[in-house]
Design a protein around this ligand. Structure first.
Ligand SMILES: [Zn+2]
Length: 394
């Protein structure tokens, strides 16, 4: 099964905008209420039954854990008596509950944060097998026929499975999730291998000697945003001028995000061309962005870049794998000796054992590449020092 997502700008009529806005509102209430019930469950079990907390205690009669199925059937029941819920699209509401369920699962499995209440809902999903594109309009349940800017054609044979209606500062968009019923084997390790090391000084370095510096083209837009935000402070909240400035800032943010994403795609394409395998470090960017690298790392959005790189690899038949990130800058790529910790100002790796000399970041990328290669094929070689294994994957 091959799944792709195509994004189109919508040109809805005033009536359709009203429908979209109304459904966003309904979905927001569904999200917030479902989250409230889940929070209630968590709080009601936050302390042992034989002791009370000093500050306050939740007193609710015990109830089953509100999982997706429980909440979904509760929603169906509530719709019978609540006209506001009844006015919303049933599919969109169910999908909102599913999204919340996923958020809780991600919290447990991936260590993401506790889901939050939403001030604004930005999107809702609709599942159906009745989507159709005729010329410049998308036929779908809820909105009937909605005009879209057909920036590209959907490839032959693909079927639209799901549509996400998205609200951004610059208008309304549709994410079309399309599917082709073919068996695509996941890429196998082959061909030329490249290791990628990411950092702060240079955004990334490859074992082939390519160094990409932190893109500066976002700085100009970010400076502009800062300036506008300073202006915003002097305006009355909710006034016309305040609203206008808010909109301007939102548009700039969107432009920055678009430019960054475009850059990431181009960079990923560049890295994968003529390459059979790509290895990257397995980094937890959430904890990274909380540390000293906060500003820069958020700016580069390396987590997003890795996701995009993985996606581009999957469509260009390039093997993608993550390897252990520890000690990449301390091990000699040539002989495997542990050369000790380098401070950030030491830019060159120099090995006392074998005399190998290389740029520090490129040497780290070479270590990543070696680890990847060992993990996919060659036997794991035990390194001579400190017992660190070369090919351990996480
Ligand atoms: Zn060495």
């Amino acid at each position: 099964m091959l799944n792709l997502t195509y994004n189109y700008k919508l040109e809805p009529t005033a009536k359709q905008i009203e429908i979209i806005e109304h459904n966003l509102k309904v979905c927001k209430s569904v999200w917030n209420y479902a989250l409230y019930i889940r929070k209630l469950w968590y709080n009601s079990r936050s302390c042992d039954i034989n002791k009370c907390s000093i500050i306050s205690e939740y007193v609710v009669s015990p109830f089953e854990y509100p999982n997706y199925h429980a909440q979904s059937s509760a929603l169906t029941k509530a719709k019978k008596t609540n006209p506001f819920l009844k006015s919303g699209n049933a599919q969109a509401m169910q999908q909102t509950l599913r999204k919340l369920d996923r958020a809780f699962n991600d919290m447990k499995s991936k260590g993401m944060g506790f889901p939050r209440y939403k001030k604004k809902m930005k999107s809702f999903n609709i599942l159906s097998n009745k989507f159709e594109i005729n010329g410049n309009s998308l036929k779908m349940p809820l909105l009937k026929n909605v005009k879209l800017r057909k920036s590209r054609d959907i490839p032959d044979g693909f079927k639209i499975k799901q549509v996400q209606i998205l609200k951004k500062a610059s208008g309304y968009y549709a994410n079309l999730m399309i599917e082709l019923d073919v068996d695509i084997p996941s890429p196998l390790p082959h061909g030329h291998a490249v290791g990628v090391d990411v950092g702060i000084k240079s955004m990334l370095s490859t074992s082939d000697g390519l160094i990409i510096h932190r893109p500066k083209f976002l700085n100009k837009a970010l400076r502009k945003i800062k300036l506008l935000q300073r202006k915003l402070k002097n305006k009355d909240i909710g006034s016309e001028k305040w609203n206008k400035l808010q909109r301007k800032i939102a548009l700039l943010h969107e432009a920055v995000a678009n430019r960054r994403k475009d850059y990431h795609f181009k960079l990923a394409r560049q890295l994968t061309s003529g390459v059979g395998m790509i290895f990257v470090e397995d980094i937890n960017f959430t904890s990274w962005s909380k540390g000293i690298f906060c500003k820069q790392s958020l700016d580069m959005a390396l987590g997003q870049f890795f996701n995009i790189l993985e996606y581009v690899c999957s469509v260009t038949d390039t093997y993608f794998s993550k390897v252990d990130k520890n000690f990449t800058s301390q091990i000699c790529p040539n002989c495997g000796t542990h050369t000790g910790k380098k401070t950030l100002d030491i830019r060159v790796h120099k090995c006392n054992e074998c005399g190998y000399e290389q740029d520090r970041d490129i040497a780290a990328a070479e270590v990543v590449c070696n680890r990847g290669l060992t993990a996919v094929g060659a036997p794991v070689v035990k390194l001579p020092s400190n017992g660190v294994l070369a090919g351990t994957t996480v």
